[in-house]
Design a protein around this ligand. Structure first.
Ligand code: 2IT
Length: 445
């Protein structure tokens, strides 16, 4: 494989799909050596096939706002690759959603899901609908209208959506309710459901919990104890909340959270009712974090700034893609940050990730760190298929096991002769090998 040639072709074919091209480039650069050692990959055109989604659905979503006016949005589902299992991946509702973002997410999801050890293919969907400032009734009408189109293309063995940015428990409930009404079957198609109707007990906190289990292993590998370490978290959504909860449980001290409006620094630590307050902030629907500093006098709000300027031991981007720039990365390096783990998908720009690797930082990519979310979705699928529900302890134990396995795969493929663990390379090669082998074994389809 000549990465440059493949990338040039892709760039010509998809100009402007910058996030998708970024995600592909990162994977191809990581797997290039392994690819060249396996002539069967080239022979089977694995990369050429992998970068082309199985199919992309786009559709119109018409809904009525509270003023009685009709609104029109665009809905998508990118069914990226089902070589190892049914399509699986979240739905994102955010004004920024476009095909480039959903293709990057679907591509990443394919490898992430492969890492989980569970049989799930990769997909992603969503809409440019912005939940910000919308009433509950508007959200409900939008979710129902979205599902009115999507339902024919999903199913328990076909494609199982879930939440992502802008899609939490409430939205999953509305989406699933409509799906069930149209399909007339209670198959559990969509994960992140309420506990009363087939949800898995740990799904809301799973992404954050899994991320901290992974971070803990990264630190342990270096002989570092997480207890007493300071943590900068960005975002204040479901993922940030789960990460903060588990960080505190493990004895670390979380000192920041952030929103599109800026970040709050709380040197006393964000724990207990302060973590619960994050949920309240989110539920207000205003998408701002500033009120935290009004409620808790120990905190200061820094408008328009990012938490990476704080000197901390551990940095956890938990908000969205490309939220850590090269400048932020340099700051984190200069601050001698012990560990940077992407909890958001592709939380670092290409330049930032390169800087971390060049400086031999303890750095891990989203597809490994945040895989606990989709893994627990996979466990929800298993429970639904078996018509039973596991206890929190059972789910947590499986989540632990899965995160350890992902860490082990990163070590296997990412440990360099110098002893440095390149988690980016490790995760990409491990995920790629599994998907590539499945594709070859199933023939050129
Ligand atoms: O990025 C992700 O892994 C998710 N949004 C979760 C996907 C899922 O199917 O649970």
């Amino acid at each position: 494989m000549v990465t440059q040639k493949i990338m040039a072709d892709l760039e010509a074919k998809h100009p402007g799909e910058s996030e998708f091209l970024q995600a592909v480039r990162e994977v191809l650069l990581s797997v290039e050596d392994v690819y060249n050692q396996h002539p069967e990959f080239e022979k089977n055109k694995i990369v050429e096939r992998l970068v082309e989604p199985d199919r992309i659905l786009t559709f119109r979503v018409v809904w009525e706002d509270d003023k009685g006016e009709l609104q029109v949005n665009r809905g998508y589902r990118v069914q990226f690759n089902n070589a190892i299992g049914p399509y699986k991946g979240g739905i994102r509702f955010h004004a920024s959603v476009n095909l480039s973002i959903l293709k990057f997410l679907g591509f990443e999801q394919t490898f992430k899901n492969a890492l989980t050890t569970l049989p799930m293919g990769g997909a992603k969907g969503g809409s440019d609908f912005s939940p910000r400032g919308k009433s509950n009734a508007e959200i409900r009408r939008f979710c129902q209208a979205f599902m009115l189109e999507l339902w024919r293309n999903i199913g328990p063995d076909q494609d199982v959506p879930a939440g992502d940015i802008g899609v939490g428990g409430r939205e999953v409930g509305y989406l699933y309710g409509m799906y069930k009404k149209l399909q007339r079957e209670h198959t559990g198609t969509i994960t992140g459901k309420g506990l009363e109707f087939g949800g898995s007990i740990l799904r809301p906190e799973a992404t954050g919990f899994g991320a901290l289990y992974f971070v803990n292993q990264m630190l342990e590998e270096k002989g570092i104890d997480i207890k007493g370490k300071t943590v900068a978290i960005s975002g204040f959504g479901n993922v940030a909340w789960g990460a903060a909860t588990k960080a505190v449980q493990l004895g670390a001290k979380v000192v920041t959270i952030s929103g599109p409006d800026g970040y709050v620094y709380d040197p006393d630590g964000i724990s207990g009712d302060k973590i619960d307050y994050m949920l309240e902030l989110r539920e207000s629907g205003n998408d701002i974090v500033a009120p935290y500093a009004d409620k808790y006098p120990s905190a200061t709000f820094y408008p328009g700034r990012k938490p990476w300027e704080r000197k901390v031991d551990i940095a956890l981007p938990c908000a969205t893609q490309n939220e850590v720039s090269a400048t932020d990365a340099q700051q984190l390096i200069d601050n001698k940050t012990l560990c940077i783990a992407e909890v958001s998908n592709m939380g670092c720009t290409e330049e930032a990730a390169t800087l971390f690797l060049q400086n031999k930082m303890l750095f891990a990519p989203g597809k490994a760190v945040n895989a606990g979310g989709v893994a627990t979705s996979g466990l929800e699928m298993s429970q639904n298929a078996m018509h039973l529900s596991w206890t929190a302890a059972e789910v947590d134990q499986r989540l632990h096991h899965i995160m350890s396995s992902i860490h082990g795969q990163c070590l296997k493929y990412g440990k360099e002769p110098t002893g440095y663990i390149n988690y980016v390379k490790g995760a990409n090669i491990a995920g790629f090998m599994k998907v590539a082998k499945a594709m070859i074994d199933q023939g050129p389809i």
